[in-house]
Design a protein around this ligand. Structure first.
Ligand code: MN3
Length: 193
């Protein structure tokens, strides 16, 4: 199965003014597409992987019989594909709040505000490119952490629940170096909370 760019459920300008249309268009059609193209090249060379989902490939990465270079491509570019597909889906112009998730976050971190503060701080302290995640760990608990590059929580068997792209390509056109402002505004388009 060849991986293809997912169609967004909203137009590029739907997240304005928080995320601008140009950033969305470039992020989706250029950055995400580039991850897919490099990921597909490995999948095409290994037909035995074609039936596995991207998430399964990441979860099982260490046990796949591939050379280190191909594993690295799946980690970086399969990860990029999984992360961005996930990211587009948790954002939207309208809130589609998940009450069970909000309740679990509030009981784990004290309150939604406290959670947002901790998540924001984790994203601000991350050096360089990467993502900040709220993920369900293998014991079923919630954890906030950042991972470098396109590393996915699936690599450690975790389930991503919320993810924020903190690569500069996600915000530079509108916010330049102001990562704090991007994060603060991003809560407006995270539809889950
Ligand atoms: Mn990105």
């Amino acid at each position: 199965m060849k991986h293809t760019l997912p169609v967004l459920s909203y137009p590029y300008d739907a997240l304005e003014p928080f995320i601008d249309a140009k950033t969305m268009e470039i992020h989706h059609t250029k950055h995400h597409q580039a991850y897919i193209d490099k990921f597909n090249a490995v999948i095409e060379a290994h037909p035995e992987l074609a039936d596995l989902t991207t998430e399964d490939l990441l979860t099982q990465l260490n046990s796949l019989s591939l050379d280190d270079q191909d594993k690295k491509i799946i980690r970086n570019h399969g990860g990029g594909h999984a992360n961005h597909s996930f990211f587009w889906n948790i954002m939207g112009p309208h809130k589609d709040q998940s009450k069970p998730l909000s309740d679990e976050i509030a009981s784990t971190f004290g309150s939604l505000d406290e959670f947002k503060k901790m998540f924001t701080q984790t994203a601000m302290l991350h050096f360089g490119s990467g993502w900040t995640w709220l993920a369900r760990n293998t014991r079923g608990g919630l954890e906030i952490y950042s991972l470098p590059n396109q590393d996915s929580p699936y690599l450690q068997g975790h389930l991503p629940l919320i993810g924020l792209d903190i690569w500069e390509h996600a915000y530079y056109l509108k916010y330049q170096n102001r990562r704090a402002e991007y994060i603060e505004q991003w809560w407006n388009v995270l539809k889950l909370l």
